[in-house]
Structure formats: structure tokens, C-alpha cells
Design a protein around this ligand. Structure first.
Ligand SMILES: Nc1nc2c(ncn2[C@@H]2O[C@H](COP(=O)(O)OP(=O)(O)OP(=O)(O)O)[C@@H](O)[C@H]2O)c(=O)[nH]1
Ligand SMILES: [Zn+2]
Ligand SMILES: [Zn+2]
Ligand SMILES: [Zn+2]
Length: 291
């Protein structure tokens, strides 16, 4: 159960790149604490079941203070896994970006278009999160880069533990750019640090300019807001200036880019942001290597 919104968690599955003729599942999360990237995967296929055990309890009957305590425990545990992921990214010189938005804002389209423009220049890998299908990961793989799907079942967000396991499986190349497409949801993904360098919030102009005010946590947590589908602006009465003002009201440091993943308008500025951000991370990585 997600204590942030009370929805069901569990049934999480992570794609496996290898297939064997036997499967087993083991129960995760509630009892073990491990550091990532050093456990399991001895060449057979298994599925993870995240939500079993005590955390599977139902919200009704739980007191408010107990709910708050559970939420704090979950977030504290998540932060430990996030720190392990961050460490892994730093060690491998990887820039990880967590793409967050409502369903259908254009995350996967933005990714496929970005990959097409950048993949000859740098190594890119993608972790795809959504509740049920592997369609997004299939769309990414069609571009020729490595992608792995995490299905969260009823879960409404990715957490750092899932991402750690996905990294074990995906094994992105050194110094690669890693995109993590979160589950389409403007609420819960804001609370879960995945170890990423930046959350990038994608808002499409069809959603209305008031979204940053209505979902402030998400826009507060993001360092960059991409206003997508600008090709549709002539057909709408979306007020771009007002939207940017709202976003800056909840997060004065947020940067805003406007683009259309469909027509390519504005994409070059996004590519510049990606390359500049990656370059900064590589400077830190190289400085660490020398020290
Ligand atoms: N007009 C227009 N349509 C777009 C643009 N970007 C994406 N779309 C369309 O928006 C719809 C949703 O795009 P996706 O890329 O699947 O969105 P998503 O955020 O990955 O969706 P979920 O993974 O379900 O949350 C598709 O029909 C896209 O073709 C754009 O810049 N302009
Ligand atoms: Zn939730
Ligand atoms: Zn684990
Ligand atoms: Zn998608």
C-alpha cells in the first residue's frame, strides 16, 4: 500500500533480460536491508514481489499517527536505497534523470525523439515505469537503446529499491545518460527520491496552466519543467506566461523549457540542457577519479 495516497502497492515485476525454464519468487522489502548491486542474480530468472508482508496492511483501521509513522518509515527506507543508487551513478559517471508527469504528457515521445537525436553522440539507457504494459519500453527499444520495464501493478510510483534492481538487470554503460520514466502521476513520484540528479517535470499545454499550483509538491521537487505540445497552443487558450509564473511561485529555482516533441520545435534547447548538465556531472566524476 502506498501511504502517500493509500493506493495498492505490490505485484511489482521487473523485466529480465535472460530467460530460463524455471522461476521462483522471493519476498522483498520488509525484512532485508542490503546494499544494492551485490545481491542475487546468479543466472536464473525470478520475479520480485514487493508488497508482501507487514506493508501489505490496509489503511482502514490504522490510526492517523500510525499512518504517518508508516509513511515516514517507508520514505526513510526509500532514502537509503536512493543513496545507494546515487552512489552507483556517481561511481559510474552516470547522469540519471527522473521524468515525472501526468499520464500522456508526452514522456515516452520526448524520450524517443531525444534518443534519435543523441544516441550517436552518447550512450543512453532507459528505465520505464508504468503499471501494466511493456509498450513504453518496446517503443524505446525500437530506437536501438537499452530499456527495461518496471511494472508497478497497482503501485502509483517507482521507488528507489525497484530502480536498484532494474540497474542490476539493465547494467547501463559507464558514463551513460540514464532516463527513468516514472509512472504517470503528479502526486506520489514527488515524494520518492530514486537517487536521480534531477527530477524533470513534463507538463503538456492541454492540461491547463494551473497544474503547478494544484500539484505544488511535484513542481517544487523538479529542477526543470518542460512545457510540451507547444504545437497545440494555437488551438488552446493555455496561458504560457501564467503557467511559468505559477511554477516559479512554488519553486523559484525551476527552469522552464518550451518544446514540441512532435514537431521538434524547441528540442535543441533541451538537448543543450542535457549536454551541459551531463558535462557538469562528468567534471565531478573526473575530479573524484583524480582525487
Ligand atoms: N500534438 C502533440 N502531441 C504529442 C506531443 N508529444 C506527445 N504527444 C502525443 O501525446 C500522446 C501521449 O504521448 P506519450 O509519449 O505516450 O505520453 P507519456 O507521458 O509517455 O504517457 P504515459 O506513459 O501513459 O504517462 C501520444 O498520442 C503522443 O503522440 C507533442 O509535442 N505534440
Ligand atoms: Zn500513491
Ligand atoms: Zn532487493
Ligand atoms: Zn510513457
Amino acid at each position: 500500500m502506498c501511504t502517500v495516497c493509500g493506493c495498492g502497492e505490490g505485484e511489482t515485476t521487473i523485466e529480465h533480460s535472460h530467460d530460463h525454464d524455471h522461476n521462483h519468487s522471493h519476498s522483498h522489502c520488509s525484512s532485508h536491508s542490503h546494499s544494492h548491486h551485490e545481491h542475487h542474480h546468479d543466472g536464473h530468472s525470478h520475479s520480485h514481489d514487493y508488497g508482501q508482508g507487514p506493508a501489505h496492511a490496509h489503511a482502514p483501521g490504522m490510526s492517523q499517527s500510525r499512518m504517518v509513522q508508516v509513511e515516514q518509515d517507508i520514505l526513510a527506507k526509500n532514502n537509503q536505497y536512493a543513496a545507494a543508487n546515487r552512489d552507483y551513478f556517481a561511481k559510474h559517471g552516470m547522469l540519471a534523470l527522473n521524468l515525472v508527469s501526468s499520464p500522456g504528457s508526452g514522456k515516452t515521445t520526448l524520450l524517443t525523439e531525444t534518443i534519435a537525436l543523441l544516441k550517436d553522440e552518447l550512450s543512453i539507457a532507459v528505465i520505464e515505469g508504468d503499471q501494466q504494459t511493456t509498450q513504453d519500453a518496446d517503443r524505446i527499444r525500437a530506437t536501438g537503446v537499452k530499456a527495461l520495464q518496471i511494472n508497478t501493478g497497482k503501485g502509483c510510483h517507482l521507488d528507489a529499491h525497484m530502480v536498484g534492481h532494474a540497474l542490476d538487470e539493465l547494467k547501463p554503460e559507464e558514463q551513460s545518460l540514464l532516463f527513468i520514466e516514472n509512472v504517470g502521476n503528479l502526486v506520489c513520484p514527488a515524494s520518492f527520491d530514486l537517487g536521480e540528479a534531477h527530477k524533470v517535470a513534463i507538463l503538456s499545454v492541454t492540461e491547463g496552466e494551473d497544474k503547478p499550483l494544484k500539484y505544488p509538491d511535484m513542481f517544487h521537487a523538479a529542477d526543470l519543467m518542460i512545457l510540451n505540445k507547444t504545437d497545440l497552443l494555437p488551438h488552446l487558450d493555455f496561458d504560457v506566461e501564467q503557467c511559468i509564473e505559477y511554477a516559479k511561485r512554488v519553486n523559484p529555482r525551476i527552469k522552464v523549457l518550451q518544446l514540441s516533441a512532435k514537431t521538434g520545435e524547441g528540442m535543441s534547447t533541451w538537448l543543450q540542457w542535457l549536454k551541459a548538465t551531463r558535462a557538469l556531472h562528468l567534471i565531478e566524476y573526473q575530479a573524484e577519479a583524480v582525487a
